[in-house]
Design a protein around this ligand. Structure first.
Ligand code: 3HC
Length: 328
């Protein structure tokens, strides 16, 4: 009994030391002691984040071959490539916590791992590419900038790089909509229709309201989350409500109204049934997204095998030449 009592006391003091580091804004690095629950929630969130980046390539990738000009094709190609890179940084950050990339990807393909609900909506015309850039990447930036100050070092550092590229993503989306809003009546109507379809799913990206959030309180104590879901959502609504004025279009929310007393925009009710329905796999494109991901992964197996074979051969050659140098 004595031994387990001492063990419990030791763990408790380790947890106290850990929390003291968090409170003192000392970054937690991969080799540092951390509570299993801290590791587990980071693997969960970073893994979902990585999956979101990779699955997020699909709705936009769909329009690379249909871009209306070479310039728009180049911009969209660059953006989609960036998202793939973000996914790789984030898988690498998650791997520092002891989970393998293969395991994370297997869980995604088996429908066991979440990715952001927003990527389960269809991109039905070119204006959607503008709405995704402006609204979805705009929401992503709102949520990702605070993550640059996350207590876990590798995640925070990955976010610093990601946020620089997201700013380009958001600006190119807004500029695309600005051109359309100043174009023909049909183009202006397309831009408004895309905003009507993407606005509320983007508002939902910030997760359930604070009272319903499973992880927020603990994530805040561990300084993984610096602001609550609702705080970031409010900042997003305030930002969009102002920016849309430059487009001469409207937010699809009749309750959107500036509240002088609060210093924020009041906005209408969120359809949480829709949100949870999409999160549970019943969104317009959930099945198609996973099918496409699994197909791409299977068709890409030869590339992974070739890269692994090349790396193993290179390493063998390096070891042989090192052995020769030693023997000389
Ligand atoms: N889509 C799918 N699931 C969601 C969700 C969403 N938009 N919001 C919340 N959930 C899930 C959570 O994963 C959690 O489920 P789990 O316990 O099975 O993991 C459950 O709903 C409860 O939600 P919580 O608020 O308690 O969960 P979190 O504390 O993890 O907060 C989050 C949710 C704010 C999304 C947080 O995970 C986060 O900040 N993640 C990092 C940012 C991120 O993943 N962004 C996604 C978009 S990436 C992107 O847009 C790329 C850009 O380049 C386009």
């Amino acid at each position: 009994m004595e031994v387990s009592g001492t063990r419990t006391a030791n763990i408790q003091s380790l947890e106290e030391q850990f929390q003291a580091k968090i409170d003192a804004e000392i970054r937690i690095e991969p080799k540092d002691w951390m509570p299993d629950a801290y590791r587990k929630t980071l693997i969960r969130q970073i893994g979902q984040h990585a999956h979101s980046e990779i699955v997020g390539m699909l709705p936009e990738g769909n329009w690379i071959t249909r871009a209306p000009s070479l310039k728009r094709k180049q911009i969209l190609l660059a953006k989609v490539q960036d998202e793939g890179g973000h996914g790789l940084y984030l898988y690498a950050a998650a791997e520092t916590l002891g989970v393998s990339r293969e395991q994370m990807i297997d869980e995604l393909h088996a429908g066991k791992a979440k990715y952001s609900s927003i990527f389960n909506y269809p991109t039905i015309n070119w204006a959607d590419i503008g709405a995704i850039g402006w609204l979805v990447d705009g929401a992503a930036i709102m949520n990702q900038v605070p993550l640059c100050r996350c207590s876990y070092g590798p995640y925070a550092r990955a976010m610093t790089r990601v946020c620089k590229e997201e700013s380009f993503h958001q600006r190119q989306g807004f500029e695309l909509l600005l051109v359309m809003s100043k174009g023909s009546d049909e183009q202006k109507a397309m831009a408004q229709d895309a905003i009507n379809r993407w606005y509320w799913p983007a508002v939902m990206m910030f997760g359930p309201s604070d009272g319903e959030s499973l992880h927020s309180a603990q994530s805040a104590q561990w300084k993984i989350k610096r602001f609550s879901n609702d705080e970031l959502r409010q900042r997003f609504v305030d930002m969009i409500a102002e920016q849309i004025k430059f487009l001469g279009l409207v937010v699809p929310d009749p309750d959107l109204k500036w509240n002088e007393e609060r210093g924020h925009y009041d906005f209408g009710p969120i359809d949480w049934d829709e949100f949870w329905n999409v999160v549970k796999g019943n969104g317009p494109c959930n099945r198609e997204r996973l099918r496409t991901r699994v197909k791409a992964h299977e068709e890409g197996a030869w590339v992974r095998e070739a890269a692994t074979a090349y790396a193993e051969k290179k390493e063998k050659r390096r070891q042989e030449s090192a052995a020769k140098t030693l023997a000389a």
